[in-house]
Design a protein around this ligand. Structure first.
Ligand code: DP6
Length: 366
């Protein structure tokens, strides 16, 4: 067990000078899905993801000594320049959960300014990028107020651990390339408590893989991921699913090393359909894909049959499709999207993204 609890991490308030820290952290797309959790945000099975490049959250955390001591954490969250009550409340709860690790948070007055690179209403989850950006700011804050962590890997591990407590999938966004979250016998150092990087063993074909996100519907989801994870507890297929995901994460890791894009695609699509089958077999059952999701899936299958090109899809917990493919076929695939798929997207929108290098610390702008 990793134990980051540290009651000694407190400040002498009169010695704190105000400051700010800024991180940009990307979203990620799961290749093998995390679906089902227990305890304090622990996954029921291992998962592996590509970290994205363009879809990211830019967060600035400003701090100063708190004037009046109070019970909870003093924080305000501004989304795109506007105070957001809902996110302020959620962030306050998250930071209060972290008090055993960072008791000094109670001694500060915090202001968080955050914005996403993707449109707010695009129906794309921002919890992975948002929570990882905030976690990275917090570990940098610890280093600034106390002392630097000894190793870069320690910094990332702690940021991943904290991000996980905010949103499970966020722990994988701390690393560029690809990351695994969840203990796997074959992967040394892997853990249910934080993600580990696996980008070093990524075959070149996957290093600049594309992920174009087709916005089938931008509406709010009818069932949140949190509720979806909860419903896995009563799902009759849960045990078989967790065992399958463990085998698949193992296999996906060798596929990522070998560069086998066909086997990659087979696992990828089966994972997407399995995720949604689990939703449909929950009690009560629910459906997050839309008719246009299925139409586009059929078109992708037909395109593959006609051209033999390795274009495959995956889904998150929603109706939007992620199209994954190697850079070598980008021109053909973009033409196919424009000519045959955009018609089925809301406002004819898609976001072109690809595998990215991971979070970046930025200069604070005034
Ligand atoms: C389908 O990480 O959003 O995207 O831990 O409750 O915040 P919480 O859930 P979240 O679940 C993501 C589920 C998924 C698959 C994945 O990213 O692995």
């Amino acid at each position: 067990m990793t134990d980051y609890k540290n009651p000694g991490l407190t400040l002498i308030s009169s010695e704190v000078s105000p400051g700010a820290i800024r991180w940009r952290s990307p979203s990620n797309i799961a290749l093998v899905k995390y679906w089902g959790k227990h305890g304090v945000q622990l996954p029921r099975n291992p998962s592996v993801s590509f970290t994205l490049d363009g879809a990211a959250t830019d967060t600035t955390l400003s701090y100063k000594a708190r004037e009046l001591a109070g019970e909870g954490v003093e924080v305000e969250l501004y989304l795109d320049g506007e105070l957001n009550k809902g996110f302020t409340e959620r962030t306050k709860l998250f930071l209060e959960k972290l008090l055993p690790v960072y008791p000094f948070l109670k001694q500060l007055s915090l202001k968080i300014k955050t914005s996403n690179s993707f449109p707010h209403s695009a129906g794309i989850a921002s919890s992975a990028s948002g929570m990882s950006a905030l976690a990275l700011c917090l570990v940098s804050l610890e280093e600034e107020l106390f002392e630097p962590l000894k190793e870069r890997s320690e910094f990332n591990k702690k940021a991943s651990y904290l991000a996980r407590l905010g949103s499970g999938s966020a722990c994988r966004s701390v690393y560029g390339g690809a990351a695994v979250w969840g203990a796997l016998t074959a992967l040394e150092g892997s853990s249910d408590e934080f993600a580990v990087p696996v980008s070093e063993s990524l075959h070149t074909v996957f290093q600049d893989y594309h992920d174009d996100i087709l916005l089938i519907s931008k509406s709010e989801k009818s069932v949140s991921s949190r509720a979806g994870h909860g419903l896995m507890e009563g799902n009759p297929y849960a045990t078989a699913r967790y065992a399958q995901a463990t085998r698949r994460t193992d296999e996906m890791l060798s596929v990522l090393r070998q560069g086998n894009v066909e086997r990659f695609g087979e696992i990828l699509e089966s994972e997407a359909l399995t995720l949604h089958a689990l939703m449909m077999s929950s009690h009560p059952p629910y459906i997050l894909i839309r008719p246009n999701t299925l139409t586009v899936i059929e078109k992708i299958h037909q395109y593959r049959a006609d051209t033999g090109l390795p274009l495959y899809f995956t889904l998150d917990a929603g109706p939007n499709l992620h199209l994954l493919y190697p850079h070598s076929i980008a021109a053909e695939v973009k033409k196919f999207i424009r000519e045959q798929l955009l018609y089925f997207c809301e406002d004819k929108m898609y976001l072109a993204d690809r595998v990215g290098k991971g979070p970046e610390r930025l200069e604070v702008s005034e």
